[in-house]
Design a protein around this ligand. Structure first.
Ligand SMILES: C[S@@+](CC[C@H](N)C(=O)[O-])C[C@H]1O[C@@H](n2cnc3c(N)ncnc32)[C@H](O)[C@@H]1O
Length: 274
């Protein structure tokens, strides 16, 4: 292990609940470098000393690892492929099989943007295909505050950059300077707190009665060391349908290639099991 990463792990040795040893070394060191600049330390060694001595800095450093940034339709190519190829196929299958629900899980949903994005696409596709297919969408995150925001579904205008005017009008109501997701869309999603390292369950307890056709595990694998990425991916693989789709972040595609997944189209960041 890199000496600096080793030192950071050592500083947090008595903070088991923070699980610092799960984080990818490069991610840890880059985060520490940002805190080093923000605190005005003159060298990285000085910053490590501050981290060792100050409980407040340890908390702040830990918070800086919890990146909750998200946006609607975050990777446009992925969502385009979902809209044009994946969803029509899944909706057609479900339409011909009345007993099958379409099941989707956004496994690190932050403030709900990803889950609401896919819910909008599905509702729009259902109208186009004149389908009554029943769709269950679950949105989970380990961060309770993020889940509260997802349940609220209220966003500033600048957070809606990738939303079309049609979608803005159809799915949001404007109050003062914020845009609120309409109740009819909120009702399509079940949000809850769930840590992907949960030892008892592979997926949120409310969703255990069936496998998933689509799972989003986007922009979180790169935080973790290979060993912990594998734990997450093994669990996800276990709860996907045989022909299910796993969505990841653009920069995480290489991680998936090392596991039991193949990308359906180059650069799409949409994978299927081997
Ligand atoms: C950068 S955000 C990505 C949000 C969204 N998936 C996207 O790509 O826009 C990462 C999210 O992963 C969540 N997260 C990190 N580790 C997690 C874990 N072990 N279980 C569940 N959620 C986790 C964080 O709380 C954060 O909200």
């Amino acid at each position: 292990m890199n000496n600096h990463a080793y030192h950071i792990n050592d500083i947090f040795i008595n903070h088991d609940e923070m699980n610092i040893s799960r984080y990818d070394e490069t991610f840890l060191i880059n985060s520490a470098k940002r805190r080093c600049a923000a605190t005005g330390c003159s060298s990285f060694e000085d910053y490590l000393e501050l981290l060792e001595d100050s409980e407040l800095e340890r908390m702040t450093f830990y918070d800086s690892l919890q990146i909750g940034y998200s946006s609607f339709f975050r990777n446009p190519l992925t969502f385009y492929t979902l809209e044009k190829i994946v969803l029509p196929e899944l909706i057609a299958e479900t339409k011909n099989n009345q007993s099958k629900d379409l099941r989707i899980w956004s496994a690190a949903c932050a403030a709900g943007q990803e889950a609401y994005s896919i819910a909008m696409l599905i509702e729009e596709q259902k109208v186009c295909n004149d389908s009554k297919c029943n769709c269950l969408i679950f949105g989970t995150d380990k961060d309770e505050e993020q889940v509260k925001l997802a349940l609220k579904g209220q966003y500033a205008r600048h957070a809606l950059d990738n939303i079309s005017l049609y979608q803005l009008d159809k799915w949001f109501v404007k109050y003062n300077n914020t845009y609120h997701i309409k109740q009819e869309l909120k009702e399509k999603i079940s949000f809850s707190v769930f840590d992907l390292f949960n030892k008892q369950y592979c997926c949120p307890p409310a969703s255990i009665f069936g496998h998933f056709d689509i799972i989003f595990c986007v922009n979180l694998l790169f935080y973790y060391k290979e060993k912990f990425r594998k734990i997450i991916l093994d669990k996800i693989e276990a709860v996907m349908t045989e022909k299910g789709f796993l969505i990841t972040g653009e920069t995480e595609r290489d991680i998936l290639m090392k596991h039991h997944f193949k990308e359906i189209y180059p650069q799409s960041a949409i994978f299927r099991k081997y």
